[in-house]
Ligand binder design. Structure first.
Ligand SMILES: *Cc1c(COP(=O)(O)O)cnc(C)c1O
Ligand code: SF4
Length: 403
Protein backbone atom coordinates (compact mmCIF):
# COMPACT_ATOMS: atom_id res chain seq x y z
CA UNK A 1 0.00 0.00 0.00
CA UNK A 2 1.26 3.45 -0.93
CA UNK A 3 1.12 6.13 1.74
CA UNK A 4 -1.15 8.90 0.57
CA UNK A 5 0.10 12.31 1.57
CA UNK A 6 -2.05 15.41 1.64
CA UNK A 7 -0.84 16.65 -1.73
CA UNK A 8 -1.67 13.27 -3.24
CA UNK A 9 -5.25 13.60 -2.04
CA UNK A 10 -5.70 16.58 -4.39
CA UNK A 11 -4.29 14.41 -7.12
CA UNK A 12 -6.90 11.76 -6.36
CA UNK A 13 -9.64 14.38 -6.53
CA UNK A 14 -8.35 15.54 -9.90
CA UNK A 15 -8.17 12.00 -11.22
CA UNK A 16 -11.79 11.52 -10.17
CA UNK A 17 -12.69 14.64 -12.12
CA UNK A 18 -13.51 16.69 -9.07
CA UNK A 19 -12.15 20.16 -8.59
CA UNK A 20 -12.99 22.32 -5.60
CA UNK A 21 -15.68 24.60 -7.00
CA UNK A 22 -16.92 27.36 -4.77
CA UNK A 23 -19.23 26.07 -2.09
CA UNK A 24 -20.47 27.38 1.19
CA UNK A 25 -18.82 25.75 4.14
CA UNK A 26 -21.41 25.29 6.86
CA UNK A 27 -20.34 27.65 9.60
CA UNK A 28 -23.32 27.09 11.83
CA UNK A 29 -25.00 23.76 12.40
CA UNK A 30 -28.70 24.52 12.62
CA UNK A 31 -30.02 21.10 13.62
CA UNK A 32 -30.53 22.37 17.18
CA UNK A 33 -32.87 25.07 15.86
CA UNK A 34 -35.28 22.36 14.71
CA UNK A 35 -35.91 21.52 18.36
CA UNK A 36 -38.40 23.75 20.11
CA UNK A 37 -39.41 24.25 23.70
CA UNK A 38 -42.90 25.38 24.65
CA UNK A 39 -43.33 28.71 26.44
CA UNK A 40 -43.20 28.65 30.22
CA UNK A 41 -46.52 28.44 32.04
CA UNK A 42 -47.70 31.73 33.56
CA UNK A 43 -46.85 30.86 37.18
CA UNK A 44 -43.16 30.66 36.28
CA UNK A 45 -43.10 33.60 33.85
CA UNK A 46 -41.11 35.78 36.25
CA UNK A 47 -38.62 33.14 37.30
CA UNK A 48 -35.11 34.15 36.31
CA UNK A 49 -33.51 32.08 33.56
CA UNK A 50 -30.65 31.13 35.82
CA UNK A 51 -33.13 29.53 38.21
CA UNK A 52 -35.24 27.89 35.51
CA UNK A 53 -32.11 26.41 33.98
CA UNK A 54 -30.82 25.13 37.31
CA UNK A 55 -31.54 21.52 38.16
CA UNK A 56 -31.49 22.40 41.87
CA UNK A 57 -34.29 24.91 41.38
CA UNK A 58 -36.21 22.47 39.18
CA UNK A 59 -35.80 19.75 41.78
CA UNK A 60 -36.88 22.02 44.65
CA UNK A 61 -39.96 23.28 42.82
CA UNK A 62 -41.30 19.88 41.86
CA UNK A 63 -45.08 19.73 41.78
CA UNK A 64 -46.30 17.36 44.46
CA UNK A 65 -49.82 18.60 45.12
CA UNK A 66 -53.01 19.32 43.21
CA UNK A 67 -53.04 22.93 44.48
CA UNK A 68 -49.90 23.70 42.53
CA UNK A 69 -50.75 21.53 39.54
CA UNK A 70 -54.04 23.43 39.18
CA UNK A 71 -52.09 26.63 38.63
CA UNK A 72 -50.27 25.05 35.69
CA UNK A 73 -52.92 23.00 33.87
CA UNK A 74 -56.68 22.62 33.89
CA UNK A 75 -56.99 19.59 36.15
CA UNK A 76 -59.99 17.32 35.60
CA UNK A 77 -62.15 15.90 38.38
CA UNK A 78 -60.90 12.43 37.47
CA UNK A 79 -57.30 13.49 37.99
CA UNK A 80 -58.18 15.12 41.32
CA UNK A 81 -59.88 11.93 42.52
CA UNK A 82 -57.10 9.71 41.24
CA UNK A 83 -54.50 11.82 43.02
CA UNK A 84 -56.40 11.69 46.31
CA UNK A 85 -56.59 7.93 46.17
CA UNK A 86 -53.15 7.14 44.77
CA UNK A 87 -50.60 9.47 46.32
CA UNK A 88 -50.05 7.37 49.42
CA UNK A 89 -49.18 4.42 47.22
CA UNK A 90 -47.11 6.24 44.62
CA UNK A 91 -46.24 9.92 44.95
CA UNK A 92 -46.82 12.49 42.30
CA UNK A 93 -43.71 14.48 41.40
CA UNK A 94 -43.32 16.64 38.30
CA UNK A 95 -40.49 19.07 37.56
CA UNK A 96 -41.65 22.52 36.37
CA UNK A 97 -39.74 21.84 33.15
CA UNK A 98 -41.61 18.59 32.44
CA UNK A 99 -44.90 20.25 33.47
CA UNK A 100 -44.24 23.00 30.93
CA UNK A 101 -44.49 20.34 28.20
CA UNK A 102 -48.04 19.42 29.24
CA UNK A 103 -50.92 20.73 27.14
CA UNK A 104 -52.98 22.50 29.87
CA UNK A 105 -56.27 21.81 28.12
CA UNK A 106 -55.86 18.28 26.80
CA UNK A 107 -56.56 15.55 29.37
CA UNK A 108 -55.03 13.05 26.91
CA UNK A 109 -51.77 14.92 26.39
CA UNK A 110 -49.01 12.28 26.22
CA UNK A 111 -46.84 14.13 28.74
CA UNK A 112 -49.77 14.43 31.08
CA UNK A 113 -50.66 10.74 30.84
CA UNK A 114 -47.10 9.90 31.93
CA UNK A 115 -47.00 12.26 34.92
CA UNK A 116 -50.49 13.04 36.31
CA UNK A 117 -52.43 10.26 38.12
CA UNK A 118 -55.40 8.72 36.31
CA UNK A 119 -58.26 6.56 37.59
CA UNK A 120 -56.82 3.51 35.82
CA UNK A 121 -54.01 3.35 38.39
CA UNK A 122 -56.46 2.38 41.12
CA UNK A 123 -57.58 -0.60 39.12
CA UNK A 124 -55.47 -3.56 40.22
CA UNK A 125 -56.22 -6.64 38.14
CA UNK A 126 -55.89 -10.18 39.51
CA UNK A 127 -53.27 -10.78 36.80
CA UNK A 128 -51.15 -7.81 37.94
CA UNK A 129 -47.96 -8.72 39.75
CA UNK A 130 -46.15 -6.90 42.53
CA UNK A 131 -42.73 -7.82 41.18
CA UNK A 132 -43.55 -8.63 37.56
CA UNK A 133 -39.97 -9.12 36.42
CA UNK A 134 -38.96 -11.31 39.34
CA UNK A 135 -36.23 -8.77 40.16
CA UNK A 136 -36.32 -9.66 43.85
CA UNK A 137 -35.98 -13.36 43.07
CA UNK A 138 -32.69 -12.88 41.23
CA UNK A 139 -31.33 -10.64 43.99
CA UNK A 140 -28.23 -12.20 45.53
CA UNK A 141 -27.73 -9.12 47.72
CA UNK A 142 -30.15 -6.21 48.16
CA UNK A 143 -29.67 -3.78 45.30
CA UNK A 144 -28.30 -6.21 42.71
CA UNK A 145 -30.30 -8.22 40.18
CA UNK A 146 -28.10 -10.83 38.55
CA UNK A 147 -30.11 -12.66 35.90
CA UNK A 148 -27.93 -12.83 32.81
CA UNK A 149 -24.54 -14.54 32.68
CA UNK A 150 -22.30 -11.50 32.28
CA UNK A 151 -24.16 -8.41 33.48
CA UNK A 152 -26.02 -7.09 36.51
CA UNK A 153 -28.55 -4.43 37.38
CA UNK A 154 -27.37 -2.22 40.24
CA UNK A 155 -29.88 -0.05 42.15
CA UNK A 156 -28.31 3.04 43.64
CA UNK A 157 -31.28 5.18 44.74
CA UNK A 158 -35.06 5.09 44.71
CA UNK A 159 -35.71 8.70 43.83
CA UNK A 160 -36.61 10.22 40.48
CA UNK A 161 -37.32 13.85 39.48
CA UNK A 162 -40.63 12.83 37.88
CA UNK A 163 -42.56 9.76 39.02
CA UNK A 164 -43.72 8.12 35.82
CA UNK A 165 -47.24 6.81 36.17
CA UNK A 166 -46.25 3.73 34.17
CA UNK A 167 -43.21 2.91 36.33
CA UNK A 168 -42.51 -0.78 36.59
CA UNK A 169 -40.74 -0.37 39.94
CA UNK A 170 -43.61 1.40 41.67
CA UNK A 171 -43.26 -0.85 44.67
CA UNK A 172 -39.84 0.64 45.37
CA UNK A 173 -39.54 3.96 43.63
CA UNK A 174 -40.50 7.05 45.67
CA UNK A 175 -40.63 5.05 48.89
CA UNK A 176 -38.02 6.72 51.12
CA UNK A 177 -37.73 3.69 53.42
CA UNK A 178 -36.35 1.54 50.60
CA UNK A 179 -33.57 3.88 49.49
CA UNK A 180 -30.22 2.25 48.94
CA UNK A 181 -28.28 3.20 52.01
CA UNK A 182 -24.50 3.37 52.05
CA UNK A 183 -24.23 -0.11 53.50
CA UNK A 184 -26.26 -1.52 50.62
CA UNK A 185 -24.14 0.35 48.11
CA UNK A 186 -20.98 -1.18 49.58
CA UNK A 187 -22.52 -4.65 49.54
CA UNK A 188 -23.47 -4.23 45.89
CA UNK A 189 -19.96 -3.11 44.96
CA UNK A 190 -18.48 -6.02 46.91
CA UNK A 191 -20.75 -8.45 45.05
CA UNK A 192 -19.66 -7.07 41.67
CA UNK A 193 -16.04 -7.15 42.76
CA UNK A 194 -16.33 -10.81 43.75
CA UNK A 195 -18.10 -11.90 40.55
CA UNK A 196 -15.49 -11.90 37.84
CA UNK A 197 -17.99 -13.05 35.21
CA UNK A 198 -19.69 -9.65 35.34
CA UNK A 199 -18.35 -7.40 32.60
CA UNK A 200 -21.31 -4.98 32.19
CA UNK A 201 -23.07 -3.09 35.00
CA UNK A 202 -26.41 -1.36 34.48
CA UNK A 203 -26.50 1.43 37.06
CA UNK A 204 -30.16 1.96 37.77
CA UNK A 205 -32.69 3.06 40.37
CA UNK A 206 -34.97 4.98 40.68
CA UNK A 207 -32.81 7.36 38.74
CA UNK A 208 -29.07 7.20 39.43
CA UNK A 209 -28.78 10.91 38.60
CA UNK A 210 -30.69 11.54 41.81
CA UNK A 211 -27.33 10.80 43.44
CA UNK A 212 -24.90 13.69 43.84
CA UNK A 213 -22.05 13.92 41.34
CA UNK A 214 -19.69 12.92 44.13
CA UNK A 215 -21.61 9.78 45.01
CA UNK A 216 -21.90 8.81 41.36
CA UNK A 217 -18.22 9.42 40.81
CA UNK A 218 -17.48 7.19 43.77
CA UNK A 219 -19.55 4.40 42.17
CA UNK A 220 -18.03 4.88 38.72
CA UNK A 221 -14.47 4.99 40.00
CA UNK A 222 -14.96 1.92 42.16
CA UNK A 223 -16.34 0.01 39.15
CA UNK A 224 -13.61 1.27 36.81
CA UNK A 225 -10.98 0.02 39.22
CA UNK A 226 -12.26 -3.55 38.77
CA UNK A 227 -10.34 -5.35 36.04
CA UNK A 228 -13.25 -7.54 34.96
CA UNK A 229 -15.63 -4.62 34.38
CA UNK A 230 -15.56 -3.60 30.73
CA UNK A 231 -18.52 -1.25 30.34
CA UNK A 232 -21.22 0.31 32.41
CA UNK A 233 -24.43 2.01 31.57
CA UNK A 234 -26.19 4.74 33.46
CA UNK A 235 -29.96 4.21 33.12
CA UNK A 236 -31.51 7.64 33.57
CA UNK A 237 -34.63 9.53 32.63
CA UNK A 238 -33.14 12.88 33.63
CA UNK A 239 -32.48 13.69 29.96
CA UNK A 240 -36.26 13.70 29.56
CA UNK A 241 -37.58 14.98 32.87
CA UNK A 242 -34.75 17.16 34.19
CA UNK A 243 -32.26 17.80 31.35
CA UNK A 244 -30.74 20.67 33.38
CA UNK A 245 -29.16 17.95 35.53
CA UNK A 246 -26.61 17.33 32.75
CA UNK A 247 -24.15 20.07 33.62
CA UNK A 248 -20.73 20.59 32.09
CA UNK A 249 -19.24 19.43 35.37
CA UNK A 250 -21.25 16.21 35.28
CA UNK A 251 -20.26 15.48 31.67
CA UNK A 252 -16.60 16.13 32.48
CA UNK A 253 -16.78 13.81 35.48
CA UNK A 254 -18.36 10.97 33.50
CA UNK A 255 -15.81 11.31 30.69
CA UNK A 256 -13.06 10.14 33.03
CA UNK A 257 -14.58 6.67 33.22
CA UNK A 258 -15.17 5.67 29.60
CA UNK A 259 -16.54 3.58 28.00
CA UNK A 260 -19.80 4.93 29.51
CA UNK A 261 -23.16 4.16 27.92
CA UNK A 262 -26.19 6.22 28.88
CA UNK A 263 -29.56 4.53 28.53
CA UNK A 264 -32.46 6.92 28.60
CA UNK A 265 -36.22 6.74 28.28
CA UNK A 266 -37.90 9.08 25.79
CA UNK A 267 -41.45 8.03 25.00
CA UNK A 268 -42.82 10.82 22.81
CA UNK A 269 -41.56 13.38 20.27
CA UNK A 270 -42.85 16.22 22.50
CA UNK A 271 -40.11 15.30 24.96
CA UNK A 272 -37.46 16.13 22.36
CA UNK A 273 -36.99 19.79 23.25
CA UNK A 274 -34.03 22.11 22.92
CA UNK A 275 -33.15 21.44 26.58
CA UNK A 276 -33.15 17.70 25.93
CA UNK A 277 -31.10 18.26 22.77
CA UNK A 278 -28.50 20.20 24.75
CA UNK A 279 -28.33 17.58 27.49
CA UNK A 280 -27.78 14.80 24.95
CA UNK A 281 -25.18 16.92 23.13
CA UNK A 282 -23.20 17.43 26.33
CA UNK A 283 -23.05 13.71 27.00
CA UNK A 284 -22.34 12.78 23.38
CA UNK A 285 -19.62 15.44 23.14
CA UNK A 286 -18.15 14.03 26.34
CA UNK A 287 -17.88 10.67 24.56
CA UNK A 288 -20.87 8.81 25.97
CA UNK A 289 -22.85 6.46 23.75
CA UNK A 290 -26.57 7.17 24.08
CA UNK A 291 -29.37 4.64 23.74
CA UNK A 292 -33.12 4.96 24.21
CA UNK A 293 -35.49 2.50 25.85
CA UNK A 294 -39.07 3.41 25.03
CA UNK A 295 -42.02 1.90 26.85
CA UNK A 296 -45.03 1.20 24.68
CA UNK A 297 -47.95 3.06 26.28
CA UNK A 298 -51.56 3.22 25.17
CA UNK A 299 -52.52 6.74 24.16
CA UNK A 300 -48.92 7.95 24.31
CA UNK A 301 -46.94 6.20 21.58
CA UNK A 302 -48.92 3.15 20.46
CA UNK A 303 -48.73 3.86 16.72
CA UNK A 304 -45.98 3.69 14.08
CA UNK A 305 -46.19 7.37 13.12
CA UNK A 306 -45.41 8.62 16.63
CA UNK A 307 -42.58 6.13 17.12
CA UNK A 308 -41.05 6.96 13.73
CA UNK A 309 -41.12 10.68 14.53
CA UNK A 310 -39.64 10.04 17.97
CA UNK A 311 -36.86 7.87 16.58
CA UNK A 312 -35.95 10.38 13.89
CA UNK A 313 -35.66 13.09 16.54
CA UNK A 314 -33.60 10.80 18.76
CA UNK A 315 -31.11 10.19 15.97
CA UNK A 316 -30.73 13.94 15.48
CA UNK A 317 -29.95 14.11 19.21
CA UNK A 318 -27.36 11.34 18.69
CA UNK A 319 -29.46 8.85 20.65
CA UNK A 320 -29.85 5.42 19.08
CA UNK A 321 -33.26 3.73 19.64
CA UNK A 322 -32.41 0.48 21.45
CA UNK A 323 -35.51 -1.14 22.92
CA UNK A 324 -39.26 -0.81 22.78
CA UNK A 325 -40.65 -2.51 25.87
CA UNK A 326 -44.04 -4.08 26.05
CA UNK A 327 -45.69 -2.56 29.14
CA UNK A 328 -45.23 -5.16 31.87
CA UNK A 329 -47.62 -6.62 34.43
CA UNK A 330 -46.90 -4.17 37.27
CA UNK A 331 -49.82 -3.27 39.45
CA UNK A 332 -51.96 -0.32 38.46
CA UNK A 333 -50.68 0.22 34.93
CA UNK A 334 -53.15 -1.97 33.03
CA UNK A 335 -54.69 1.16 31.45
CA UNK A 336 -51.39 1.65 29.59
CA UNK A 337 -51.09 -1.86 28.18
CA UNK A 338 -51.46 -2.50 24.47
CA UNK A 339 -51.99 -5.80 22.64
CA UNK A 340 -48.69 -7.48 21.73
CA UNK A 341 -49.54 -7.06 18.03
CA UNK A 342 -49.23 -3.29 18.38
CA UNK A 343 -45.50 -3.55 19.07
CA UNK A 344 -44.92 -6.01 16.24
CA UNK A 345 -46.89 -3.75 13.90
CA UNK A 346 -44.70 -0.78 14.84
CA UNK A 347 -41.55 -2.72 13.89
CA UNK A 348 -43.25 -3.79 10.64
CA UNK A 349 -43.77 -0.11 9.80
CA UNK A 350 -40.19 0.88 10.64
CA UNK A 351 -37.97 -1.87 9.21
CA UNK A 352 -37.11 -1.04 5.60
CA UNK A 353 -39.27 2.06 5.55
CA UNK A 354 -36.71 4.12 7.47
CA UNK A 355 -33.04 4.01 8.52
CA UNK A 356 -32.11 0.78 10.21
CA UNK A 357 -30.61 2.97 12.93
CA UNK A 358 -34.15 4.08 13.78
CA UNK A 359 -35.40 0.52 14.28
CA UNK A 360 -35.12 -0.71 17.88
CA UNK A 361 -35.80 -4.21 19.22
CA UNK A 362 -39.33 -4.82 20.48
CA UNK A 363 -39.09 -6.97 23.62
CA UNK A 364 -41.29 -8.41 26.32
CA UNK A 365 -39.60 -8.72 29.68
CA UNK A 366 -41.03 -12.09 30.57
CA UNK A 367 -43.05 -12.21 33.81
CA UNK A 368 -41.37 -14.09 36.62
CA UNK A 369 -37.80 -13.29 35.60
CA UNK A 370 -37.53 -14.86 32.15
CA UNK A 371 -35.68 -11.86 30.84
CA UNK A 372 -36.16 -9.89 27.66
CA UNK A 373 -37.59 -11.81 24.73
CA UNK A 374 -37.53 -10.16 21.28
CA UNK A 375 -40.58 -10.26 19.03
CA UNK A 376 -40.55 -9.33 15.38
CA UNK A 377 -42.69 -9.64 12.29
CA UNK A 378 -42.40 -12.95 10.46
CA UNK A 379 -40.16 -12.54 7.42
CA UNK A 380 -39.79 -16.24 6.67
CA UNK A 381 -42.70 -17.26 4.42
CA UNK A 382 -41.59 -20.86 3.98
CA UNK A 383 -38.54 -22.99 4.74
CA UNK A 384 -38.04 -26.39 3.11
CA UNK A 385 -34.64 -28.02 3.17
CA UNK A 386 -32.19 -25.65 1.58
CA UNK A 387 -34.84 -23.30 0.26
CA UNK A 388 -35.93 -20.29 2.26
CA UNK A 389 -38.79 -18.21 0.95
CA UNK A 390 -38.58 -14.76 2.49
CA UNK A 391 -40.57 -11.59 2.16
CA UNK A 392 -39.17 -8.09 2.25
CA UNK A 393 -40.63 -5.04 3.98
CA UNK A 394 -42.91 -4.36 0.99
CA UNK A 395 -44.27 -7.89 1.03
CA UNK A 396 -42.42 -9.06 -2.10
CA UNK A 397 -41.19 -12.65 -1.94
CA UNK A 398 -37.69 -13.88 -2.65
CA UNK A 399 -36.07 -17.30 -2.54
CA UNK A 400 -32.74 -17.85 -0.94
CA UNK A 401 -31.17 -21.21 -1.70
CA UNK A 402 -28.44 -22.40 0.63
CA UNK A 403 -25.38 -23.68 -1.20
C1 LIG B 1 -32.57 -5.39 30.98
C2 LIG B 1 -31.72 -6.04 31.93
C3 LIG B 1 -30.33 -6.13 31.71
C4 LIG B 1 -29.67 -5.58 30.45
O1 LIG B 1 -30.13 -6.28 29.32
P1 LIG B 1 -29.56 -5.99 27.87
O2 LIG B 1 -30.39 -6.83 26.96
O3 LIG B 1 -28.12 -6.38 27.89
O4 LIG B 1 -29.72 -4.53 27.60
C5 LIG B 1 -29.58 -6.76 32.65
N1 LIG B 1 -30.14 -7.30 33.77
C6 LIG B 1 -31.45 -7.24 34.00
C7 LIG B 1 -32.01 -7.86 35.22
C8 LIG B 1 -32.30 -6.61 33.09
O5 LIG B 1 -33.61 -6.54 33.32
S1 SF4 C 1 -37.65 7.50 35.91
FE1 SF4 C 1 -37.70 5.26 35.69
S2 SF4 C 1 -37.59 4.47 37.81
FE2 SF4 C 1 -38.15 6.66 37.93
S3 SF4 C 1 -40.40 6.69 38.01
FE3 SF4 C 1 -39.80 6.91 35.84
S4 SF4 C 1 -39.82 4.82 35.04
FE4 SF4 C 1 -39.77 4.65 37.29
Amino acid sequence: MMMVQCADLHLLDNLAGWTPMSFNIVTKNTVRDRFKSPPRPAIWKDVEDKDWNSWVWQQQKRIKSMDVLEKVINVTQEERDAFAQSHEMFNMGITPYYASLIDPNDPNCPIRLQSVPKKGELNILPSDLEDPLGEERDMPVPGITHRYPDRVLFYTTHNCPVYCRHCTRKRKVSDPSSSAANKQLEEGLAYIEAHKEVRDVVISGGDPLSNSDDRLEYILSRLRAMDHIEVFRIGTRNLVTLPQRITDAFAAMVSKYHPVFVHTHFNHPKECTQEAFDACAKLANAGCVLHNQMVLLKGVNDNPKTVMELNHKLLMMRVRPYYIYQCDLSQGISHFRTPVEVGIDIIEHLRGWTSGMAVPHFVIDAPGGGGKIPLLPQYVVKHEGKKWTLRNYKGLQFDYIEP
